[in-house]
Design a protein around this ligand. Sequence first.
Ligand SMILES: CC(C)(COP(=O)(O)OP(=O)(O)OC[C@H]1O[C@@H](n2cnc3c(N)ncnc32)[C@H](O)[C@@H]1OP(=O)(O)O)[C@@H](O)C(=O)NCCC(=O)NCCS
Length: 345
Amino acid sequence: MDVLWERLGEVGQEVCTINSQDALVLTGTVVTAFDGQPASVCYVAKADESSGVTRMADVTMQWTGKMRTLSLRHDANGRWWVNDHHEPTLDGLDDVDLGVTPATNTLPIRRLGLAVGQSTSMTAAWVRFPALTVTPLAQRYTRQARDRYVYQSLASGYQALLTVDADGVVQSYEGVWRRVSLGPAVPRDPVITPLSPRDFDEIAGSVDSWWGRPVADLLHRFMFAHFCDTSFVVHVDGRPVAFLLGFVSPAHPDEAYVHMLGVDPAHRGEGLGRRLYEAFFALVRQRGVVRVRAVTSPINGASIAFHRAVGFTLEPGDRVVDGNPVHSGHDGPGVDRVAFVRQLD
Ligand SMILES: CC(C)(COP(=O)(O)OP(=O)(O)OC[C@H]1O[C@@H](n2cnc3c(N)ncnc32)[C@H](O)[C@@H]1OP(=O)(O)O)[C@@H](O)C(=O)NCCC(=O)NCCS
């Protein structure tokens, strides 16, 4: 995903690529000014996919005719290395906070996975610009709503409201940054239409990037041909941006199953996932279905939160991971799943 931010009230723009393929990788270029002098900052920061802990950050800054670099490494023993020198004051910290960009706020937002109403304090390795110094900075994040956090710096008392998208990427950083919207306007009432076999190629070609990991193997052309009367798609500018693939169980006609539901990251948080489920519930209810089932991967916290939000409950499993019941080996050796069920009134 590519993001363009602009500074509010000051010179500054940034383009950042956010890649969640195997790890969370932020690659950004900031053009701004420090002390009235033009500056550019290029950076890469990388966090572990599973733990969300920052592993490295590299910064190159061009300012007052000089090029300066900073290298941060965080090893498996929790030690931090600044330009290849061990920096004990940073040991044990999980996140990097590059003061020049709103991109690194995504690191603790995703790592902490706060529920709405929750709040937590943490300390980040804070890189200041243009000095390029790195010091521990105690901070607090409070999730006020699905898309809203309050960020506080505990040392200075500074606080700001952050609004984020469904991937935890900053949409607005109160008084400092705002994300510039370049995408096609989403229709206010997106039209949900039946899925068609014609959608197969584009959706199968998109899902790996939508999920951020390989999932295309879970889709087959026959599903688009044979489940199309109980499946839905949303197109924007002729391109599928969200779909639900589900069917009424041939063995249990009072149950329906949703095999996959995905929303293009550029259109998350707009209610498309909920609308697709509502369309599916309404349709299968008419056909005598009283309950709907689905499964997801235990690592897919967003999917678990989403399914809870649209009324699913989690079926008891054989063990608990991150507070969620898990069915070990549900889809084969080592392929664990969280199982959802939703009763239709
Ligand atoms: C999970 C997914 C389908 C959500 O789609 P979406 O269109 O962004 O979701 P919506 O905007 O309709 O949100 C509906 C509800 O889910 C909740 N929700 C959605 N994404 C969430 C997230 N990442 N964290 C917490 N809650 C989330 C919202 O709180 C919202 O509740 P509300 O209506 O009470 O505010 C989408 O993020 C996605 O496609 N993810 C990758 C594919 C995937 O994991 N699919 C599910 C498993 S098959």
